[in-house]
Write a protein that binds this ligand. Sequence first.
Ligand code: GLP
Length: 262
Amino acid sequence: MIASSAAIATLSWQGRLRVERDVEAVAAVVAETLHRGLERRAVLGLATGRTMEPVYGALRSRLMALPQQQRRSLLQGWRSFNLDEYVGLGPSQPCSFAAFMQQQLGIPLQLEPGCLQVPDGLALRPDEEAQRYAAAVSAAGGIELQLLGLGSNGHVGFNEPPCTPDAPCRSVELSQATRLQNACAFGGDPQAVPPRAITLGLREILGARELMLVVTGAAKAQILRRSLLEPPCSEVPASWLQAHSGLQVVVDQAAAAGLVLS
Ligand code: GLP
């Protein structure tokens, strides 16, 4: 279903934007895309955050419904790289993205260790780890299908504004806005959110063959509008995605509210 054909036609979004009724419908669409990616042995780029929880729930349900043999052979070919990780957190810490991925996918799907690659937040030299991680992505042939959420300040991964489209995989300082947004995973205290992270850069993200930006909820409507409908700029890192010919955007009606031109 399309929110506003006028808006979409004017801005060349036809075919690139999918507006679904609600979070569950969004999750079903994205999970199907990930399932198809697994079937063709694509290297997946995965994301964390609340937006992805229903997506991974729907993916788990789809995969668990498969006959065991079929599921096993599908999961044996799993190769994914996550976007980011907090500096100072590792898999044994529940707030790390490595732990999130294990909870969401690794443990329930019994994935082999090493299937779900995440930057090593415990590395003593985060910038060297970022270089190693970028090299591992490159050695895998790059990312074929990159899943992306949207930060409330327009970040993708942890590419905080301002950010140019050539920014590489690196360690970054997190903005106050991001630490506030992510505080819910740290007992509600923004100061408990690590101040730094390692993130794939826009360079690697834009190098993926397909991008799937997933945005839900009314709170993201305005930043989604700026990301998709305003000229690309460093102040809204997600706006650089517009130029990618393989971009698909999947949103719910609440997030799409700002895309309707009256
Ligand atoms: C986090 C992650 C992003 C994620 C975004 C949205 O900080 N680094 O990769 O997509 O912010 O999070 P949420 O889905 O919880 O709104």
